[in-house]
Design a protein around this ligand. Structure first.
Ligand code: GAL
Length: 422
């Protein structure tokens, strides 16, 4: 069955489970029911303190980051959330013995001051807590205090909450987790403030299957990222590198969509092996570009994790490539599928709202390769000709019949937008 785009969009918004033909291709994109919320209608974009600073954060870091996001053009490129991760709390230890309070040595003017500051600059502020009585870094969590904490966050004018389960709920059953995450979701809704809700559960207990049902707008699909493109195995038997994370998301496409996104974890671009918190030795400019391009086409939230002072001109160019960001923020809200897996040479693709397709030719090998996209074979598109634009290079490549071949460097993802030539 072929559906014109308008019909397909209606299906998207009607909330029905569907597996239809998109943009004339029979590559299917099945979907979970769509939430009615307008929150996070496209993947959230912004910055988070954890990947570089860990819990060594303070007011100056947040203010400087907001200012820098404005002056570098990051805000105007779409990065509007500034998310304070773990370590803003005053007390370490269980919530049973300690209240939730702001560490006034780190944040003397409080969190509301920062939210107001962010809002004045046209940005939004995020905060962090968790469903356990302790957070992952050992600070007081929200267990048993969901309503009171949600009300507190809302009174500060917070716009995003990362609610992280790791310490006390790693082994918990789905039923327990659904209640724990659901309680905070309900508490946030009760405040009446639109707060984007990140149910952070490191990809355990198939959270993608039930995250949207408990009101989450995003959920991590894997454990923490390390500052590596391709580390053999998992660093410290725990961390995922860029390629691990990409592999982890294959098959999870149907769970991601408007208002509820598979989260591939925060970006490592600009860390260059110098994070105060993350393990990893850094990646090359090509590898960071590939990481960014893949997170974009896979519709992951895009949260910069670096100290913005350390961004090179190349990092900034990667992070602000408008045509790559447009794949991430496309109104159709689909996560690309892996349509070709020929060893280290893989192709990911997804339809875009305007009838074109986004394509990533990913060369995971250590050598340059010639890669080919065949529109009939790989995407099942009936087009006689395709117009190809290389959006990484920002160049129109011309019209091609059936096949487009190009050289792809080691660890490069060649990013294309193709449209019908006839
Ligand atoms: C981890 C989480 C990190 C960071 C950290 C804070 O569980 O994956 O992204 O939030 O906790 O302690």
């Amino acid at each position: 069955m072929k559906f014109p785009l308008a019909v397909m969009c209606m299906a998207l918004f009607s909330g029905n489970l569907f597996a239809e033909t998109i943009n004339n291709s029979t590559v299917t994109f099945d979907h979970q029911p769509i939430l009615t919320t307008q929150l996070a209608a496209t993947p959230p974009m912004g910055w988070s303190s954890w990947n570089y600073y860990g819990d060594r954060i303070n007011e100056k870091v947040i203010i400087d980051t907001i200012d820098k996001m404005v002056s570098t053009g990051l805000r105007d490129a779409g990065y509007i959330y500034v998310n304070i991760d773990d370590g803003w709390q005053k007390y370490k230890g269980s919530r049973v013995d300690n209240p939730l309070a702001i560490d006034e040595n780190k944040f003397p003017k409080g969190i509301k001051y920062l939210a107001d500051y962010a809002h004045k600059k046209g940005m939004k502020l995020g905060i962090y807590s968790g469903p356990g009585n302790m957070t992952c870094a050992g600070y007081t969590g929200s267990e048993g205090h969901e309503k009171e904490d949600a009300a507190l966050f809302a009174s500060w004018g917070v716009d995003h909450l990362k609610y992280d389960s790791c310490c006390s709920h790693q082994q918990a059953s789905q039923a327990v987790l659904k209640t724990a995450f659901g309680n905070m979701s309900e508490a946030l809704k009760a405040t009446g403030r639109p707060v984007v809700y990140h149910a952070c559960h490191c990809g355990w207990q198939n959270i993608w299957q039930w995250g949207a049902k408990v009101g989450a707008n995003q959920w991590r699909i894997g454990q923490d990222i390390s500052d590596d493109f391709n580390y053999p195995g998992h660093r410290e038997d725990y961390y995922f590198d860029v390629l691990d994370m990409i592999d982890r998301g294959v098959g999870l496409e149907q769970y991601s969509g408007k208002g509820h996104w598979n989260d591939y974890d925060m970006l490592i671009i600009g860390l260059h092996g110098h994070s105060k918190e993350l393990v990893g030795t850094g990646a090359s400019d090509t590898e960071y570009r590939t990481h960014f391009s893949m997170w974009s086409i896979l519709s992951s939230p895009l949260l910069i994790g670096a100290n913005l002072d350390n961004l090179t001109a190349e990092d900034l160019a990667t992070l602000t490539n408008k045509e790559i960001i447009a794949l991430n923020q496309d109104p159709l809200g689909l996560q690309a599928k892996r349509v070709v897996s020929n060893g280290d040479l893989q192709i990911f693709a997804k339809p875009l709202a305007d009838g074109s397709w986004a394509v990533a030719l990913l060369n995971r090998s250590s050598q340059t390769a010639i890669m080919s996209l065949n529109i009939q074979q790989d995407l099942d598109l009936p087009w006689k000709k395709m117009l190809v634009r290389d959006i990484g290079a920002k160049r129109d490549m011309g019209a091609f019949e059936q096949r487009y071949s190009t050289e792809v460097q080691s660890h490069e993802a060649k990013m294309l937008v193709i449209r019908s030539g006839w």
